[in-house]
Write a protein that binds this ligand. Structure first.
Ligand code: LMR
Length: 347
């Protein structure tokens, strides 16, 4: 009997001690989780924003304004790191990295999204869009919606369309006034079959290449020319290595501001709301900068010593005729519906 009660006491004692130490360790781990939660909440959310143009380009200035406004308005909850001039990634790499969340914001030229869907080459259809307003109307409306949906399955969300404007030709060999003048020349292109065909239709060839490599390729004569906006031609210093500028406005170079959908969806509600408000504000300013800075850059290029030729109405008609094969080959893969929406936006 005595033996039994001794054993019982022993069991109760050991059990009590175990329960005590167990509850202690549970409360310690609860404290740790709480601490961790606090730590996470007090750590800023970091947004890496990678782009390829100069800080004083319309895109570069907009990225910096976005950083400034977001950091001011979230009281340190969000930190934006802007990497201009391909410092972090070139466009192709950035487009691959975004769905992996190694970068949270990018603003590539819409052409570069051809790796996701050929319809993004609509901007390269020769002489399709006739004004900045038409471009804004297209992207802010049904055209933009149709194209944005094409990125959803890749975990990419379109936040806004930013502008840079019309493309023009430069080259180092001769003035380009008529389609025949392009024969045998090599042009750097961003990417895509539409641009390959555009130059093939002119008897020239296309050499796709990352933006950061273009200056050296022009300087070393790897290519004879390229096509870009006044502001990119100016801020990249192409006037130093290209003698001739043809003002053609034959295609567009605009951007989509993109984020990683999963990253975006788990942001705290108030933060996401602030970011959306800032994006709306910056987008308005970005488009104004695009118009203003391109006008200023054109004046600078004229003063730089480049020989400038502005295509006349008749010249443009000759180019439209020469470039018709681009429509014959690609209108279907880009989508007649999108081409019609672009034409409607011109009205
Ligand atoms: C280019 O590669 O020429 C452009 O996409 C660069 C840019 O972002 O304006």
């Amino acid at each position: 009997m005595r033996k039994m009660s001794f054993l019982l006491m022993l069991v109760l004692l050991v059990g009590g001690l175990f329960a005590c130490s167990n509850s202690q360790s549970t409360s310690t781990s609860t404290n740790k989780t709480e601490e961790k939660k606090e730590e996470v909440a007090s750590e800023p959310i970091v947004i890496k924003f990678s782009h390829v143009t100069a800080p004083d380009s319309p895109k570069g200035k907009a990225a910096d304004l976005f950083k400034q406004l977001v950091e001011e308005r979230t009281n340190g909850k969000v930190k934006v790191e802007v990497y201009p001039s391909s410092q972090l990634f070139d466009d192709d790499k950035a487009i691959q990295e975004l769905p992996r969340n190694t970068v949270q914001l990018i603003a590539p030229s819409t052409t570069k999204l051809v790796s996701y869907d050929p319809a993004f080459q609509i901007v390269d259809m020769p002489f399709l869009f006739t004004s900045d307003e038409a471009v804004y109307k297209f992207w802010d409306g049904e055209g933009g919606q149709i194209l944005s949906q094409k990125l959803e399955k890749y975990n990419i969300k379109v936040l806004a369309m930013w502008a840079n404007g019309e493309k023009h030709f430069t080259n180092s060999k001769r003035p380009l006034k008529k389609p025949e003048d392009f024969k045998g020349l090599k042009f750097r292109t961003q990417t895509g079959k539409v641009l390959d065909e555009q130059f093939a239709a002119l008897g020239a060839s296309a050499v796709p290449m990352g933006f950061s490599e273009v200056y050296v390729a022009l300087q070393q004569g790897t290519v004879d020319g390229q096509e870009n906006t006044f502001n990119n031609i100016d801020t990249q210093g192409y006037a130093e290595v290209q003698k001739y500028l043809t003002v053609s406005g034959h295609g567009r170079l605009d951007y989509l501001l993109l984020t990683n959908t999963k990253f975006w969806d788990i942001l705290p509600e108030d933060v996401r709301k602030t970011l959306e408000e800032v994006i709306a504000e910056v987008t308005e300013q970005q488009r104004k900068w695009s118009e203003e800075l391109n006008r200023e850059s054109y004046e600078k290029l004229k003063a730089s010593g480049m020989e400038v030729y502005e295509l006349t109405k008749e010249d443009i008609e000759a180019f439209q005729k020469a470039m018709q094969p681009v429509y014959d080959k690609f209108a279907d893969s880009i989508g007649q519906d999108l081409i019609e929406l672009a034409k409607k936006a011109n009205e």
